[in-house]
Write a protein that binds this ligand. Sequence first.
Ligand code: SF4
Length: 236
Amino acid sequence: MREVFDFSLEAIKPDRQEVLRLQGIAPHIKPSKRIIALLDEAMEIFMNAANPVGIFSEVTVSKFWDIYKGQGKNEADTPLEHIFPRAEYLALFAFSLGIKISKKIEDLFQKKEFPLGAMLDALASSSAERAVHIAERKYFDFVSAKTNNSKSKVALLYSPGYCGWHISAQKKLFEYLCPEEVGISLNSSFLMIPLKSVSGVLIFGNKEIHVFTNNYLFCSHCQDKSCKQRINMIKK
Ligand code: SF4
């Protein structure tokens, strides 16, 4: 099954508080008038320039082994290699906010309009994060509808470049998914064009398969430990 996801702009509209947090402004601090004006301006640009689109394509566990291995550069042991073999359903996924918004951010930095450029960049990152949650929910609903069995299940996205899964695995992921159809391509450094894009594998299965201890060798260099938050969320 292969499908282009429909994302409404309203649904992925960034949360203002989250954007301010990404800009280093804690929730208890009242932002200045200048910051509020920048946020309003960036939000207006975002709503006019963002053109969200996503695509997913289901894949079997055995096919995914090949994609996961990529160019053989993964860490020796990763959480993902213990998770996906226990999945019930898998789908390759890519999402983008479109070329216009990425160009707008680049232009602002080139013109040295750093405050507005940084605000728009934070807005786009927050929006892409929202889109991931929506995609996880959509894939969960899609599988639940066909299997009639969603009790204690969840769908979560895992991306190349994180948690020991080497970024070069993007190449095989793109060869299978072909997201060029919706305007997403890869450059020679395995970065996605447009820049404000996300890719990975959506994994549907029992909640427990996504629970692990983050004591892998590479975890000591990890700043955000975002796995903790995800694991706490699914345990609720
Ligand atoms: S600590 Fe960081 S690197 Fe380790 S699994 Fe969690 S998110 Fe990934």
